[in-house]
Design a protein around this ligand. Structure first.
Ligand SMILES: C[S@@+](CC[C@H](N)C(=O)[O-])C[C@H]1O[C@@H](n2cnc3c(N)ncnc32)[C@H](O)[C@@H]1O
Length: 255
């Protein structure tokens, strides 16, 4: 990964190394296109299978029963499928990496969910939907990867109906004493595992590095509030290594 100062002197952007592209978005997309064959397996190995439970928690926090849900940065579709399990009437998943969505669509067919899910190529920073389109909007492990956190939150809030919930699941800075232990795990074990399982060590060195510039859970909650969400709260999962943020769109949000 290459730390890069961009736009303002205080904003440090971490981008994946070893993949083509001149912007963070281009490189992130290229990186996910490369790791997609082993993406689900690596998630399960890195989290001891807990990632599925975390997505189930995110899905139920969105209160999707009978509703139209949008999952941003849908990847191989697991949060979209969790939303269906939680009762969503229909889920639209968007991602700017077509290769990830090919897997999501194949899984939807295998699960018999192709009628209630659709997966569309789109950029989280410019969602192709009118304002107030969805009853709930979710993302899982997206926020570290976007070129502008504020723009992503603004877009997700814009497409949410007033009264609807935005739910963001993401790796976070764990509190002590876990910070030191997980720092070692993130920086050493994950890159090694990633190299052995996917042959893409750079992608799994980018994973822990991309956490560094992400605001801590308290500050991220403030950014959700600044995007126009009310009743913002968060809870930690996975011994504090993952945060689940929830907010409700207020009427005044016009971003
Ligand atoms: C770590 S994966 C998470 C995938 C899925 N949500 C999950 O829980 O496994 C991040 C996903 O976000 C997508 N992504 C990153 N930046 C994006 C953007 N600006 N617009 C759309 N998708 C984006 C990547 O292509 C990738 O599929």
């Amino acid at each position: 990964m290459t730390p890069r100062r961009d736009r303002t002197v205080t904003e440090i952007e971490v981008v994946p190394a070893g993949v083509p592209g001149s912007t963070k978005s281009e490189r992130v997309r290229a990186m996910f296109a490369r790791i997609v064959p082993r993406y689900d397996l690596m998630n399960a190995l890195m989290t001891g299978g807990l990632d599925r439970r975390w997505r189930d928690a995110a899905a139920s926090a969105a209160v999707p029963a009978g509703r139209l849900a949008l999952d941003v940065g849908a990847g191989t579709g697991d949060l979209a499928f969790a939303l269906v399990r939680a009762g969503a009437a229909r889920v639209v998943g968007v991602d700017f990496c077509e290769e990830m969505l090919v897997v999501a669509r194949a899984k939807a067919r295998a699960l018999g969910l192709e009628r209630v899910t659709s997966f569309i190529v789109a950029d989280a920073l410019k969602l192709p939907f009118p304002d107030r389109s969805f009853d709930c909007v979710t993302s899982a492990f997206l926020l570290r990867n976007v070129a502008s956190l504020r723009d992503a939150l603004a877009e997700m809030t814009r497409t949410l109906k007033p009264g609807g919930r935005l739910v963001c699941l993401e790796i976070t800075h764990p509190p002590e004493p876990f910070a030191s232990i997980f720092g070692l795990y993130f920086r050493h074990v994950i890159p090694l595992l990633g190299t052995l399982v996917t042959g893409e060590g750079a992608a799994y060195r980018y994973l822990p590095a991309s956490l560094a510039p992400l605001p801590d859970a308290r500050r991220l909650a403030m950014l959700l509030a600044e995007a126009g969400l009310a009743d913002v709260s968060y809870r930690r999962l996975g011994l504090g290594t993952v945060a689940l943020h929830v907010g409700t769109r207020e009427d005044r949000a016009t971003a």
